[in-house]
Design a protein around this ligand. Structure first.
Ligand code: ATP
Length: 311
């Protein structure tokens, strides 16, 4: 089973209005509410791929209860640590072809809640063979919290796929115990290194020379419509994808993580792993819902993805 961790889940609310008026009343007819957060997107796509997953993390209050209800409705098995403070809402206002977002930072956890989560997490590890950790850390937890989780997990022989950014990612990469896999995009790589990294193979290879990437088995640098650059141990690959009709690309990185995790769980070859990860990202971009794919289209796109080893 795959364990999908989300430490700062949310209820994602999208409001569709013809025109967004500042300093005035905006009445909304089209409202969409979903259980959100990157790790929940990963879990949803893993379920849609027919693989066993357990979603975990922390949540609280009535918003937390709503998230659990939504996960149950979508048949996503879950076990979260209940915290005292309320989980967050994230609001996207879709107007005039634009998207204005209002993102709550979310609850602050107490030191005890951080410890209680680690206890729960250690218990869960005995029944899983792969872990995905996605998204930001909630306030109150130390920036090296993911380092601790990676250390505990891999110390038990369970590989971790980590998809986070900023300080939480940097702390992990500066630590000796490296995650099994990471999936940064070029913006995240640029932030991490403080230099401009673009989609060019040379630019990415130059960036990955930094010592902080040493010892990571898989580095998947996703590049939206341009596919991905992938480093597996000493081998580099360029993965190219066909042009598709994009409806909503938000969450495609999470779908890519899910595809990679499922293919890894099924012990697929390098080529199949990379093709699967790209197709699940593309399928997400072709749906209106965030972190959701239509598996019926999987085979049709699989053969159109090209994996080329770079000499
Ligand atoms: P997010 O943070 O929204 O989850 P991300 O930046 O982590 O996204 P992307 O690189 O945008 O991840 O997308 C991951 C994968 O999804 C890509 O490698 C590609 O396979 C697919 N994908 C995303 N956007 C597009 C697009 N516009 N056209 C085709 N495929 C896409």
């Amino acid at each position: 089973m795959i364990l999908a961790v989300t430490m700062n889940p949310s209820v994602d609310i999208s409001y569709q209005v013809d025109q967004f008026k500042l300093d005035d009343v905006n009445r909304v007819e089209h409202v969409r509410k979903t259980a959100g957060g990157k790790g929940l997107n990963v879990a949803r796509v893993i379920v849609q791929m027919g693989e066993n997953v357990l979603a975990t993390g922390v949540l609280g209050g009535t918003i937390g209860e709503y998230i659990i209800q939504e996960l149950n409705k979508s048949s996503i098995p879950n076990t979260f640590l209940k915290i005292e403070k309320e989980s967050r809402n994230c609001i996207a206002i879709l107007h005039e072809g634009m998207q204005t977002e209002i993102l709550e930072t979310g609850p602050t956890l107490s030191v005890e809640e951080g410890k209680a989560f680690i206890d729960k997490y250690e218990d869960l590890l005995s029944s899983v063979s792969l872990v995905t950790i996605s998204g930001s850390l909630p306030k109150g937890l130390p920036p090296d919290f993911y380092c601790k989780m990676v250390g505990i997990t891999q110390g038990r022989g369970v590989p971790v796929i980590l998809d986070t950014s900023g300080e939480a990612l940097k702390q992990v990469l500066l630590h000796d115990e490296k995650p099994f896999a990471i999936k940064p995009n070029t913006t995240e790589l640029s932030q991490l290194l403080g230099t401009d990294v673009n989609n060019d193979t040379n630019s990415i290879q130059q960036a990955l020379k930094h010592a902080m990437f040493r010892g990571i088995e898989w580095i998947i640098v996703s590049m939206g419509s341009e596919g991905a650059f992938v480093r597996h141990l000493a081998d580099d690959y360029r993965v190219t994808i066909p042009k598709i009709d994009v409806i909503n690309p938000v969450g495609s990185g999470d779908a890519t993580v899910a595809g990679f995790a499922v293919a890894m769980q099924r012990e697929k070859s390098t080529e199949t792993l990379l093709k699967t990860a790209m197709v699940t990202g593309m399928l997400n971009a072709m749906e209106a819902g965030t972190g959701s794919i239509n598996m019926k289209k999987f085979d049709q796109y699989f053969d159109l993805v090209k994996v080329e080893k770079i000499d």
